[in-house]
Design a protein around this ligand. Structure first.
Ligand code: 8X3
Length: 255
């Protein structure tokens, strides 16, 4: 079978940070991209800038995922169908210890990182199988592989997303589906720490203070673009990337 080079992708979590940077990267690399996020205004701007197709949806809402599926089927019908699904939507809320866990935050993190990813996968797996050269890329985190104090809620969700990614790779190999996990460490984005720390900009800035060159959203997007752009038989199945200054989750050099 010849490899299909239709380059039709969906990117979730596209309104800011790594998701938006991934849309820019893929467009630069010649992909057709449906950019998905809840915030319509940001998506519209990104679409205008990059030529991506914007679709406003909440990936944790069943109706929205169904609408996204119908829209994608129509959009890519004449272009060989969807071949690449990039799940960037996710995030962290809170840095509480287990003893002080805020269960609403834990639930939100499980919804968006785990169940949201599963909902989108369930909707699109039949299409990716039918394509014959499908790719799924899930953005997890180094927190998907190791825990730290105050990180239990986020790690529990990201470990869950890591686990489902591993199982998916085993389950779908018969269907020639390539499953990639990208797990970044410290990435200084506009919103990740701000959202995690309840909108406290000073606290968010402190996370990266003195760290020489934390990763940027563009750094991660470059790796995502590289991984999905490789010939389909090459699976970078798990990619961990950190800034050099972060030798491990607990060992960050600050100057
Ligand atoms: C972000 C990495 O170190 O904040 O996913 O858990 S960390």
């Amino acid at each position: 079978m010849a490899e299909n080079t239709s380059k039709n992708a969906i990117v979730t979590g596209a309104s800011s940070g790594i998701g938006a940077a991934t849309v820019r990267q893929l467009r630069t690399d010649g992909w057709n991209v449906i950019a998905v996020a809840r915030r319509e205004d940001r998506l519209a701007q990104l679409a205008q800038e990059t030529g991506a197709i914007a679709f406003a949806a909440d990936i944790t809402a069943d109706d929205d995922v169904a609408r996204l599926h119908a829209f994608t089927t129509d959009t890519f019908a004449q272009q060989g169908g969807l071949d690449t699904l990039i799940n960037i939507a996710g995030g962290a809320r809170g840095v509480d210890t287990v003893a002080n866990a805020d269960l609403a935050d834990w639930e939100w993190m499980y919804q968006v990182n785990v169940l949201g990813t599963v909902k989108v996968l369930k909707a699109f797996l039949p299409d990716l199988r039918a394509h014959g050269f499908g790719t799924v890329l899930n953005l997890t985190s180094t927190a998907a592989h190791i825990t730290y104090e105050g990180g239990a809620g986020y790690s529990a969700a990201k470990f869950g997303q890591h686990a489902l990614t591993n199982a998916l790779r085993l389950e779908e190999v018969e269907n020639n589906l390539r499953v990639i996990e990208v797990a970044p460490g410290m990435v200084a984005t506009e919103e990740f720490s701000l959202n995690r720390l309840g909108g406290n900009q000073d606290a968010a800035d402190k996370v990266y203070q003195g760290v020489e060159k934390p990763l940027t959203a563009e750094d991660v997007a470059g790796v995502v673009g590289y991984a999905v752009g490789l010939a389909h038989h090459i699976n970078l199945d798990q990619i961990v990337l950190r800034p050099v200054a972060q030798a491990a989750a607990h060992k960050v050099i600050r100057r």
